[in-house]
Unconditional design. Structure first.
Length: 522
């Protein structure tokens, strides 16, 4: 049975604004207004350069955004305030089509909003949004005809800001805008200014061109079942400088000319164990810049255009290829780590090899030549260099491994690593003296003799001097660093060990072990 009993009013509450502005800040909000101007330019078939001017008054705590995108027609003003309403078609190559961006942007940062627009050379109209309207339940609002402004112009005045404008927040905004719209600024499609400053593009193509392993440009198209096309152009390679502190490595996504995601280092793009590995300074040269163009509904962005929708079918289609590219270039960066100045950074010029991919979803390779051998780990170098000696004299293995342990610890981010290394070096040297006396001197030492001798280090040094001739300066350094080690272990206050001191003592210990056992440390 189906019987009509009533009709339900589904008009949304104004509280919808509160729910859709929660994650909006200054940067994201102003980007929405610029995006809206870019889309308006497309709708108006405006072929000239779009100019957007942002004027910020820190004293009055107000913002004015002006654009020449062509203006809003009288019948379109409803689209500016009604959530979910938009003139953009999902099949246009625009930036927005959800119908919520500009609405939540203005409400997120201001309590008083005035939007004034003149479509081409027609009349100028204006609407105002304020707190009483936002808190009321009535959706209708007044549309005013006002004094004329320049043809094709829209002015958005934001007053009574919900956030505090500071010099720092403005600097961060400028940097964000330069990066977000870099491709459009560079191509001459957008002129963007903040205050009196015209913004220059901030791009991330700082490629290095190591032989055989220069950057690759991948070009492909993705076709949907309905016949729509997404065009892909991506550049992957190693950069001219490492940026582990800033984190400017990883994967970048541009969609329809707009930067959507910057320096991604997540599981979804391959930064995980068993693939590219977890984020680490050794892979901080890797950069992959993915540029997608096509219908707005086919762009894999989230609704605020601040990140990638990992479940979007376009991202799913390109993920296998992308992860392989990230994996291979991360492996290349890691294998060359330690030799970057000579093997990467010095190659500042070259050409980008283009690779055309016919069927992107089926591709699972990066088209790189075989990767170079990894730089041998120092412990492995020591083992290989001293393996023959260790076979005949197994007691030396612990000595060169002690030096290897010092090398590993000294490269860790430990506040007291120098203290640990000094104690380990002195212990290794003392054990080396014992192994020499027992196994190399030709003299038999009873356990009781060794126990008595090694209770006082100077007795050990005196005994070794009977068999081995070392320069007096070497013995002085041995005594000095043993005394320093004793202070670290036995005295109340710990001495600070500098990098230079540690380096000097390590050379002394290696020199002595080389003399006693002919071990190799290079």
């Amino acid at each position: 049975m189906k019987k009509l009993v009533d009709e339900i009013d589904a008009t949304p509450s104004k509280r919808i604004y509160s729910s859709i502005i929660a994650d909006y800040d200054l940067n994201r909000s102003l980007c929405e207004l610029i995006d809206n101007a870019l889309d308006c330019r497309i709708r108006n078939h405006n072929k000239s350069q779009l100019t957007v001017s942002i004027q910020i008054d820190t004293r009055q705590q107000s913002i004015t955004v002006t654009d020449n995108a062509g203006g809003v027609q009288r019948t379109e003003f409803q689209m500016l305030v009604a959530p979910g309403h938009t003139n953009n078609s999902p099949t246009d190559e625009t930036i927005g089509f959800f119908g919520v961006g500009s609405k939540r942007a203005v409400v997120a940062i201001a309590q008083a909003i005035r939007i004034t627009s003149r479509h081409e050379s027609g009349p100028t109209y204006s609407i105002e949004l304020d707190e009483p309207w936002l808190k009321g339940e009535q959706w209708r609002m007044s549309l005013y005809q006002v004094d004329q402004i320049a043809p094709g112009t829209t002015i958005i005045q934001l007053d009574k800001l919900r956030l505090q404008l500071t010099e720092e927040s403005i600097d961060l905004l400028v940097e964000h805008l330069r990066a977000c719209y870099a491709l459009l600024i560079k191509n001459g499609d957008l002129g963007l200014s903040v205050g009196k400053d015209t913004l220059k593009e901030l791009t991330f193509e700082n490629w290095a061109f190591p032989p055989q392993f220069g950057p690759r440009r991948y070009v492909s198209t993705l076709r949907t079942a309905e016949g729509s096309v997404v065009r892909l152009s991506a550049i992957a390679g190693l950069t001219q400088e490492s940026s582990p502190a800033e984190g400017e490595y990883g994967v970048y996504f541009y969609c329809n000319g707009r930067l959507i995601a910057r320096a991604l280092k997540s599981y979804e793009v391959g930064f995980t164990k068993g693939v590219a590995g977890l984020p680490h300074p050794d892979v901080s040269l890797v950069r992959v810049i993915v540029t997608l163009s096509g219908e707005a509904q086919l762009m894999p962005w989230n609704s605020s255009k601040s990140g990638i929708n990992w479940n979007h079918h376009v991202f799913v289609a390109l993920r296998t290829w992308l992860v392989q590219v990230v994996k291979d270039f991360a492996s290349l960066s890691r294998r060359l780590a330690g030799d970057w100045p000579e093997k990467v950074f010095k190659y500042k010029t070259g050409s980008i090899e283009q690779i055309d991919i016919a069927d992107l979803p089926e591709v699972s390779k990066s088209y790189l030549p075989p990767l170079p051998q990894s730089r041998p780990r120092y412990p492995d170098v020591l083992k290989k260099s001293n393996d023959r000696i260790a076979k005949n004299k197994p007691w030396v293995r612990g000595l060169y491994e002690g030096i290897a342990a010092v090398d590993v610890i000294s490269n860790q981010k430990l506040e007291q690593k120098n203290r640990i290394c000094l104690i380990l070096l002195d212990s290794t040297l003392e054990i080396g003296f014992k192994e020499y006396l027992v196994n190399e001197s030709g003299t038999y030492y009873a356990d009781s003799q060794l126990l008595t001798m090694f209770k006082q280090r100077h007795l050990v040094d005196t005994e070794v001097k009977k068999y081995v001739k070392l320069p007096p300066d070497t013995w002085k350094l041995i005594a000095y660093y043993h005394q320093l080690r004793s202070k670290l272990v036995h005295e109340r206050s710990s001495a600070q060990i500098t990098d230079d001191q540690l380096g000097e003592f390590r050379l002394v210990v290696e020199r002595v072990l080389r003399k006693l056992f002919r071990l190799k440390f290079k």
